[in-house]
Design a protein around this ligand. Structure first.
Ligand code: SAM
Ligand code: SF4
Ligand code: SF4
Length: 353
């Protein structure tokens, strides 16, 4: 390879795996199934920008399931062990269960998960589990009807999300993780209610700092509630203690309740970045490979997928991209009042959250 890092295509138990410029393995692939969504969360796809006539990707511009499967199987051959289907809203794809079934057959995948806003989950949870999905993450920013509605861009239906959670439980898609984006002045006053609701259920709430992804969510540092502050608030109600990572590369810092009622996770990308262990590649719905959530550009795979290139050629593209990877946006960002966010970042719903 041209940059002289051939030695970083290593071998583990007979399988090759690739590490980047900071020795981080390519361990996870997040697959954005489609860029459309039935919500308009203001922190992700504000409805003022994503209006009725917004031009999302056409069917032909999007990767087919065959193409997604091909990229995933090549990535698994390069050491990826964790696959996550996301979007946009992945459950808008009516055939998602059949894709799950194919991905579940891949040798070497030890974790197959899906992230959803939960509204469409109930009718398909069982089929997803039968197809081989191991677990789901469901986004749920508040239990307060008004706050929830507004954080979904007036699209969400709280009852449907709860029916979705119950169906996921029933289908055994656990441990179920509940993602809450915490935004100051928006839902920070309702965070304890969410924790209270899920304590003792086995579901793991993860509190995510509002991130400066993309360019359209009017992010400011003032709206970020640092995890340390949220943790203090939790401690005043339920004592917790820190526990270790479940696996290398896990992004959430875990705390367990001292009364044995489960755990809560913090994803503190803004105030306590974790780039040092970031092992995630992202495949957007149009077949672009991104190596950072805050990327301004990526690498086109769709052309190679459609021009007759063989698997080795595509594996070569993936390997070269990963070997050169130096991303550590969050570590370099240094939150502060005078910071100037990057422009032209790719939107999160496009590259897969
Ligand atoms: N539509 C699905 C959902 O909402 O779960 C999957 C895609 S969504 C982009 C994936 C995750 O990204 C969600 O949990 C969402 O809350 C989170 N997210 C989106 N924008 C964010 C932001 N600006 N800061 C922090 N998390 C964000
Ligand atoms: Fe849709 Fe998920 Fe983005 Fe909300 S966070 S707009 S549900 S993709
Ligand atoms: Fe990974 Fe980029 Fe986030 Fe750092 S900023 S943790 S490199 S996605």
């Amino acid at each position: 390879m041209e940059d002289g890092r051939e030695q970083d295509l290593r071998s583990a138990g007979g399988d090759a795996f690739v590490t980047d410029a900071f020795d981080r393995p390519m361990q996870d692939l997040r697959i954005s199934l489609l860029d459309r969504c039935n919500f308009r969360c203001p922190y992700c796809m504000p409805e003022s920008e994503y209006t009725e006539d917004y031009q999302f990707l056409s069917k032909t511009a999007r990767l087919s399931h065959d193409e997604i499967f091909r990229v995933a199987s090549i990535a698994v051959g390069l050491g990826v062990t964790k696959l996550r289907i996301t979007g946009g809203e992945p459950l808008l794809d009516k055939k998602v269960a059949s894709l799950v079934g194919r991905l579940a057959e891949l040798d070497g995948v030890d974790d197959l998960a899906l992230t959803t806003n939960g509204v469409l989950l109930a009718p398909i949870a069982e089929a997803l589990a039968k197809a081989g999905l191991q677990r789901v993450t469901i986004s749920l920013d508040s239990l307060n009807e008004e706050v929830f509605r507004s954080m979904s861009g007036n699209r969400g239906d709280l009852d449907k999300v709860f029916t979705g959670i119950a169906a996921a439980e029933q289908a055994g898609l656990s441990p179920i993780k509940i993602n809450v984006v915490v935004q100051r002045g928006v839902n920070d006053h309702t965070v304890l209610d969410v924790l209270d609701r899920f304590r003792g259920t086995g579901h793991i709430v993860r509190l995510i700092e509002f991130m400066d992804v993309g360019n359209r969510n009017d992010w400011t540092m003032e709206q970020v509630v640092p995890s340390k502050e949220t943790l203090k608030m939790i401690q005043t109600r339920w004592p917790v203690r820190a526990v270790g990572k479940n696996y290398p590369g896990e992004v959430a810092r875990r705390y367990e309740y001292l009364d044995g009622k489960g755990e809560v996770g913090f994803i503190s990308s803004v105030t306590e970045p974790f780039c040092g262990s970031c092992s995630r590649a992202r495949l957007s719905a149009d077949g672009t490979l991104y190596t950072c959530l805050f990327a301004t550009n990526g690498t086109d795979l769709r052309t190679a997928l459609r021009d007759g290139s063989d698997d080795d050629a595509i594996a070569n593209i993936l390997t070269r991209v990963w070997l050169k990877r130096k991303d550590r946006y969050s570590e370099l960002r240094k939150p502060g009042p005078v910071e100037k966010p990057l422009v032209n970042k790719v939107e999160m719903y496009r590259m897969g959250g």
